[in-house]
Design a protein around this ligand. Structure first.
Ligand code: OAD
Length: 318
């Protein structure tokens, strides 16, 4: 990144913000901590909390979001999901700052790793929820997708939701097999009656359940991306397009520890300047400008220097 080594100061950041027209914002949990949502990897973050609580008996706190573990023990995730379910949170100054950049016509796209949907609540439309959200949920077995609110009562009751579509298919299959068997019995009975005249029927009664293609209806999982699951193809499609257009990359409130989102930095041409705003330094990347501190305070300061006004929080009726 030698070409941009002249960039390092707040003044450079202000100039870039003033002149850039197609900004990519890559955001993470650090922009929602001021809303009362813990991040993942800080000492007070979700993973430390899961470790300390110890009540879920996880080998590693990340297991809570691991697809293999979820398939084996969905009840563990559902006993916890309530804690991370988006509820009455209000967007932070950072979310509103992103909205302001969009309104100013400077935002190419916000790639967020957050599942709290606070970008939507702030009114940001050019947002890609890279790790999905609770707004939809899908059956792991038949892939039927349902609106998120369908499983909300289960999340609140800490129960595992099973797929209605699978259940229906199972019931239909069981019914079809029952009818088939009855028809077979009838015709066999007639045959026997003709042959021996007694109509005896000594067939084994198979259990209907055992004939269903296998096991219970599928488990429904919110469409948030777990470790071991691929990101939606929209992520690659957007990045492929945006990398040709972007003129500034702003990274806010993320430890950049989780691929493939963390790899966005390497997919963007080296000539595109990068500004990193975070509470703590991240040593495995070398952005052109690092602004360390509370993200809300930093974007508020930058805006005041630029004469820009961050919009107020939306009025939300609960
Ligand atoms: P992390 O918890 O890994 O990182 C959050 C970063 O935000 C840390 O570096 C904090 O220092 C910083 N931070 C916290 N509060 C801040 C504040 N007020 N101002 C500025 N910075 C602040 O969270 P992510 O990087 O978002 O994925 O984590 C990425 C992914 O890992 C998540 O989407 C989640 C997780 O496992 C899945 O669950 C699939």
């Amino acid at each position: 990144r030698e070409r941009l080594s002249h960039l390092s100061s707040v003044e450079d950041a202000l100039n870039l913000l003033r002149t850039s027209k197609r900004i990519i914002i890559l955001s993470g949990a650090g922009i929602s901590t001021s809303c009362g949502i813990p991040d993942f990897r800080s000492s007070t973050g979700l993973y430390a909390q899961l470790q300390d609580e110890g009540r879920y008996e996880l080998d590693d706190p990340q297991q809570m979001f691991d697809i293999r573990y979820f398939r084996e023990r969905p009840e563990v995730f559902y006993s916890f999901a309530k804690q991370i379910y988006p509820s009455n949170f209000v967007p932070s100054p950072c979310h509103r700052w992103i909205k302001m950049l969009e309104d100013r016509g400077q935002l190419l796209r916000n790639y967020t790793q957050n599942i709290d949907t606070l970008e939507n609540l702030a009114g940001v439309t050019k947002v890609l929820q890279c790790h999905g959200s609770f707004s939809t949920a899908s059956c792991l077995r038949c892939k039927t997708r349902v609106p998120g609110p369908t499983i909300e009562p289960y999340i609140m009751a800490q129960k595992v939701p099973y797929c209605g579509a699978c259940r229906e298919a199972r019931d239909q299959e069981i019914e079809a097999r029952r009818k088939q068997r009855e028809a077979a019995k009838k015709s066999k009975g007639k045959g026997k009656a003709r042959a021996w005249g007694n109509g005896d029927d000594d067939d084994d009664e198979d259990s209907d359940e055992s004939e269903w293609g296998g096991g219970e209806p599928g488990i429904i999982k919110p469409d948030i991306t777990f470790f071991g699951q691929a990101l939606d193809s929209e992520f690659d499609e957007c990045l492929f397009k945006d990398r040709e257009e972007v003129d500034l990359l702003l990274i806010i409130g993320t430890s950049l520890k989780v691929a493939p989102v963390s790899e966005v930095l390497t997919h963007i041409p080296h000539s595109v300047p990068q500004i990193f705003i975070n509470l703590t330094p991240v040593h495995h990347v070398q952005p052109d400008i690092c602004l360390l501190g509370d993200a809300d305070s930093i974007v508020t300061y930058l805006s005041s220097q630029l004469g820009w006004t961050i919009p107020p929080p939306p009025v939300v009726l609960h």
